[in-house]
Design a protein around this ligand. Structure first.
Ligand code: GRF
Length: 197
């Protein structure tokens, strides 16, 4: 059984996809043991509660400096004894101490086809605004391992999504989530949980 810890910051639709795929058996041999949010108002925490999953908030605002936050955050991660850490819409930079402690065991979902539209400053709606601005015909999502860089770790899965005439950033974000993110993140977790990577 793969014990998963999911880190969230916002709506939690990717978390919900993982919960739903575990419940319907699409993701085999895995269990979410804890959800951690840096934002106490994240709806993702509500989703965890509704699913009976331990959900906690560890907010940088509650600590005098980043190092103290990083220590507290890592302690709450270790306490859950995860085999895999999933960053699902998580907007906090993962501290080096955690990257070292969980090398090769942290994955992230990014809403573009890396190496396009990724790196510092490319998150959430900004990614889709940049894709529309550039005029690309195809975008999508990427699941990758997390290393010390931003969106630079080895790529695990990608899925392409066509941009359609008249797309706004919001409409495109929703399509990329529905057609790509909510498909490839559960798939990657199932592959890891069953030694198929
Ligand atoms: C989405 O744009 C996702 O691509 C990115 O974070 C945003 C919110 O995701 N990773 P969620 O609804 O909180 O899962």
């Amino acid at each position: 059984m793969l014990n998963i810890l999911v880190c969230v910051s916002g709506g939690g639709t990717n978390l919900q996809a993982i919960i739903d795929r575990i419940n319907d058996g699409t993701i085999r041999n895995a269990k979410i043991v804890r959800v951690i949010s840096n934002n106490k108002d994240a709806y993702a925490l509500e989703r965890a509660k509704n699913a009976g999953i331990d959900g906690i908030c560890v907010s940088p605002k509650d600590y005098e400096n980043r190092d103290k936050f990083n220590e507290a955050f890592l302690a709450k991660v270790k306490e859950a004894k995860p085999d895999l850490i999933v960053l699902a819409g998580f907007l906090v930079v993962i501290p080096k101490i955690m990257i070292d402690e969980y090398a090769g065991k942290i994955i992230n979902i990014h809403p573009s086809l890396i190496p396009s539209f990724c790196g510092t400053g490319y998150y959430g709606l900004k990614v889709h605004e940049a894709a529309l601005e550039r005029g690309v015909k195809v975008t999508g999502a990427t699941v990758h391992f997390v290393d010390e860089g931003t969106d630079t770790g080895p790529i695990i899965l990608q899925k392409a999504v066509y941009i359609e005439k008249g797309d706004t950033p919001k409409v495109l974000q929703q399509r990329v989530m529905e057609e790509a993110e909510w498909q490839i993140l559960p798939k990657a977790i199932d592959m890891i949980a069953n030694g198929e990577l």
